[in-house]
Each structure stands twice: as C-alpha cells, then as structure tokens.
Design a protein around this ligand. Structure first.
Ligand code: NOJ
Ligand code: CA
Length: 553
C-alpha cells in the first residue's frame, strides 16, 4: 500500500509523553460541523483553541475508523480510513496539522485483539475452512477449548466462543461475539498490524493507545492473558516502531494489577506507557474512606519502571469505572458507596462520570483532580470532566458517559445545529448537570468556574517537571485523614498535602530533613513559615489541598 503524505509536526521532544497532560475525547460527541448530529474532524478542529487554552498537550481520540458501531467503534471494519460520518482522510490530515501547530500531540486507537465481524477479513475467513484468510482468526470444532478463561462482558456474553454456521465451526472472542479475535500466532496478522501502524504514523500520528493488550494469544491450560507469546508480539511491533518512528509512543490498555502490567514495559522495549487501573479505584476509595491508606498502599505496591516509561493515570474514561481487578471487598465497598442505584452498574463496574460520582461537589472534584495532577504518571482528563459534565445511566451500555460535549447555552448546547432527535447521543437533561448548568465556552468567561480552575491546575503542574519526572516519598503523619508526599527531582522539591476528609484537619509533618526551606504555595505564590526542627503544623479545610514548592531562600 502506498503511504499518504505526512503531516508536518512540531518537533517531538524526547520522552514527550512523560511530560504530557492527555485529553481523551470522542470525535462523535465533541463538535458537529455539518449539522448531521454527529461530531466530526472539522468540528474538532474548530475546538482546538479551547483545548490548547485548557493546557493539555496531547489528544487521545476514541476509534475513528469505519465500523458498524456495535461497540462504539472498537469494532473496526477497515483500519485504513476514517468513518464517513467523521469526515475524510483529508479532514483528518487537516485536523492533525492544526493540532500540531498548537503543539498538541495526537494519539489514536490501535485495536489489535479483534476486528468487527463486518471486516472483510472476517467475512472471508468465516466462509470456508480453506479460505486463505481462515487462519487470521481463532477457530475450533468445539466450544470447550480454553475452558475456564473468564468472560469480560458478563452482562451480554455466555461464552468466549461463537458459532459460524457457514463453515460449521466456533470462533474465539474475548469481547462481544461480533468482535472475533485475530490470530497472532499467524505472522501475517502481525505484519498487517505493523502496516496499519505505519500508515497512521506515516501520516504524522504521535502514538497509539493499544486496546485490550493482554488477550492477543491463547494457550490451553492458561488464563489466555499476559502470555509470553503476547509479549513477543508487542516486542515485534515496538522494534519496528523503534526502527522507523523512534519518537512515537505506545500506551498499553492492560487492565491488570500493577505487577502484571510491569512486564509490558519490559526493559523499555515494549510499551512506553500503560494505564494504572488500581490507582484510579484507590483514589475514589481514599476519598470515601477519608483515609490515605488505600493510596499509600497502591503506590508502594507499584513496581519501578524503566526511565523511559511512564504510567498513564486517570479518574474516569469512556468505559465503566472498572472494578474487574480489585478484591471482592474493595468491589463491594465501591458499589456500596458509589453505585447504590443498580442502573448505574454495568459488567463489573460503574457507568458514571466524575462529577456525578462525587455528587457534583466542587471541593471533592478539585481534590480528586489535584491528586490526579500530582501523583506519579501522565494525567489523562476525560472530555467534559473539566466542566463537571453529568451522565445518563439509562442510555444503555456505556453510552451514558459518552454524551455530546456541552459548549454553550445555545441550541444543542452548541454541539450541533441538527434537530435534537438526530444527535449521535442525547444531551444530558438532568437539572444538576444539564448544559444550562455546565457548559465549556461560558465557563471560559467565569473567573471561578471549574474550567478556569482546571486550567490553573494544569498550568501549575506544568510549571515544573517535578510532577512528571520526580520521585514520590510519602510522609506518614499521625493523622490518617491527611495524605502527604514529597515529589523530588534533582534540587527541586514539591510537598503535596491533602485533606481527604469532609471535616477540617490539623496535621503535624516531620520535615526535619528539610529544615531551613521555605514552602511557597504554588497557586497563590504565598510564602509559608520557614521549616524548622520542630514538626511542621498545617491546618486544612474539608477536602482542601496544598502544593508547596520548597525553596532555600
Ligand atoms: C476496551 C475499550 O476501552 C472498550 O471500550 C471496548 O469495549 C473493549 N476494549 C473492546 O474493544
Ligand atoms: Ca457531522
């Protein structure tokens, strides 16, 4: 296949992803330029100033490829083009150029594990046992191979096998039955996926969020997750990337405990980044328990990763708040505290956005974002959460957290000029979170809006590399409701102190080793009393936090 003309890009700094603030969005529900009710690349391009002003440095786009949309685009029918509702490849190219001009990197989805059953590869493969594409997927005469492998979408799937009547055989699928797994034991499949990567990288894409990584290879007698052969596939793709596009980034979607995610960084020769799923759950737990223990524990349990690697940390995303990999006790606690309404549960998780999970409480929203921006890793913001958008738990599947972006108080909240009935998803109408209450461009003008607070938060975070590159050391004050840690990089030190509770707290911090330094509060630049030999005393309002830069004046 001949490669299209690349888009010029701003020079990528080495390790740029380590200093990134990532914004995750859905082209479909971000901005509609032609009034058909569906967001598109031209619409997205028109909103780039908003994103650049927010201070994020990288955009991660949900799948944008032709698809029957039975899994909102994660069921890909053609890896080499753009879904016609979103525009043309030229529109994409223009968007990419406009994003790069604003120093925004762009990360797209690479769905390796499976295709749609509407992909021509699968349509051919299923027709007969001797079709040349047959071996691109995983087949069996019976449905009892790989017994015991867990089912992920437990609400809809009964088995990981589905029947193909045309050729009288079963095919393997870890997700929906319309998403057949590709066969990575077949070298042709690996080569083709490298071709897919080359195509988008050649256009100028800065990296990929690689979907559903643990499930690439199956072996009898195993859980069919995280197998050594799966790591070989990743190494193959990374080696090609390193040779041809060394400044691009791969981010692993591997919903596993940290010790099982660690091998995906390997010696720095697999993924550059990986999501930290348990840290997400622990942030929500700590704030509800009003205790730092869950957070300290999870960070202490997190293995060291190579210098060139980085965690991707987040509060919410386009899926349910996953509770797959937590203990039964933790899951029960989270459900009890955050998902009393059964309609808010799906699979093993909770289909809610950030603001409704926190009852729309501005103090807790700020606290959680403060944690997100100061914990070790590159933070990822889910579109709309910067303005406190709500959800609709009655929309089916995970659509309730994928409603149109709320821009202003106009028609369809400024998302589209279409009739409201035509919108890709209905707007949020609930009185607390509807667009009259939460809207992006209007929040731009209100000094004390959540949006402007988020901008400030991001710019303070980005004023030093200590948050993105520094080490993390916990202080263990007697008061458990307070979480305190020191981020350090060379001579630079930042002290972060959080009140995780709903009541005012006093805390005494042992800062003897820092005696002589003056804490400067980073948002207002106010000087606090110099640190001495005695315990350093602070008081914090409910859910308040401080970031102090420590200066030897
Ligand atoms: C993970 C994605 O985040 C999710 O949205 C999707 O349904 C599954 N992979 C299957 O592709
Ligand atoms: Ca449109």
């Amino acid at each position: 296949m001949s490669l299209p003309m690349p888009v010029p890009t701003t020079a990528r700094q080495p390790l740029w992803y380590k200093d990134a603030v990532i914004y995750q969005l859905h082209v479909k529900t971000f901005a509609d330029s032609n009034g058909d009710g569906i967001g598109d690349f031209r619409g997205l391009s028109s909103k780039l100033n908003y994103l650049a002003d927010l201070g994020v440095t990288c955009l991660w786009l949900l799948p944008m490829y032709p698809s029957p949309f039975r899994d909102d685009g994660y069921d890909i029918a053609d890896y080499y083009s753009i879904h016609p509702s979103y525009g043309t490849l030229d529109d994409f190219r223009e968007f990419l150029e406009a994003a790069h001009t604003r120093r925004l990197q762009v990360v797209t989805e690479l769905v390796l594990n499976h295709t749609s059953d509407q992909h021509t590869w699968f349509k051919e493969a299923r027709m007969s046992r001797n079709n040349p594409r047959r071996d691109w997927y995983v087949w069996s005469d019976t449905d009892d191979k790989y017994r015991g492998v867990r089912i992920i979408f437990i609400d809809t799937e009964r088995s990981n096998w589905a029947w193909a009547p045309e050729s009288k055989a079963y095919y393997w699928h870890r997700f929906f039955s319309h998403q057949p797994d590709l066969n990575y034991d077949n070298p042709a499949v690996r080569e083709e996926m490298w071709n897919v990567m080359r195509f988008w990288l050649g256009l100028g894409v800065d990296g990929f969020r690689v979907d559903a990584v643990p499930y690439l290879i199956e072996r009898e007698g195993t859980s069919c997750e995280n197998l050594p052969e799966t790591h070989d596939v990743v190494k193959f793709l990374r080696a090609n990337l390193a040779e041809h596009f060394p400044d691009r980034m791969l981010l692993a979607d591997a919903n596993q405990p940290p010790e099982l995610v660690r091998p995906y960084f390997s010696e720095g020769d697999e993924f550059h980044m990986a999501f930290h799923f348990p840290l997400m759950t622990r942030m929500f737990m700590a704030v509800r328990l009003e205790d730092r223990k869950p957070l300290v524990e999870v960070i202490e349990r997190t293995p060291e990763i190579p210098e060139t690697c980085q965690w991707g940390i987040f509060l919410r995303n386009h899926d349910e708040l996953t509770l797959e990999m937590v203990s039964d006790v933790e899951r029960a606690y989270m459900i009890d505290e955050y998902a009393r309404d059964p309609a808010s549960r799906i699979y093993l998780g909770i289909r809610r956005r950030l603001a409704p999970l926190l009852d729309g409480d501005r103090r807790r929203i700020e606290l959680m974002n403060g944690l997100l921006m100061s914990m070790p890793g590159s933070p990822i913001i889910y579109y709309g959460d910067e303005i406190g958008m709500g959800d609709n738990i009655y929309l089916g599947d995970r659509n309730g957290v994928r409603t149109p972006m709320q821009w202003n108080g106009g028609w369809n909240a400024g998302f589209s000029t279409a009739d409201p009935e035509r919108l890709a998803q209905p707007q949020i109408s609930n009185h607390q979170f509807c667009y009259q209450a939460r809207k992006g461009e209007s929040q731009t003008r209100a000094d004390h809006s959540l949006l402007n607070w988020m901008r400030r938060l991001i710019s303070v975070r980005q004023s030093t590399a200590v948050f993105s590159r520094g080490t993390t050391t916990f202080l263990m004050p007697a008061n458990h409701r307070v979480l305190a840690y020191l981020r350090s990089l060379g001579r630079e030190q930042v002290l972060c102190v959080y009140n995780l509770s709903n009541s005012a707290q006093a805390v005494e911090l042992d800062l003897q080793s820092l005696a002589g330094a003056v804490p400067i509060e980073m948002f207002g630049r106010s000087l606090f009393p110099r640190i001495g030999e005695l315990p350093y005393m602070l008081t914090l309002e409910p859910y308040a936090f401080f970031w102090f830069r420590l200066r030897r004046l």
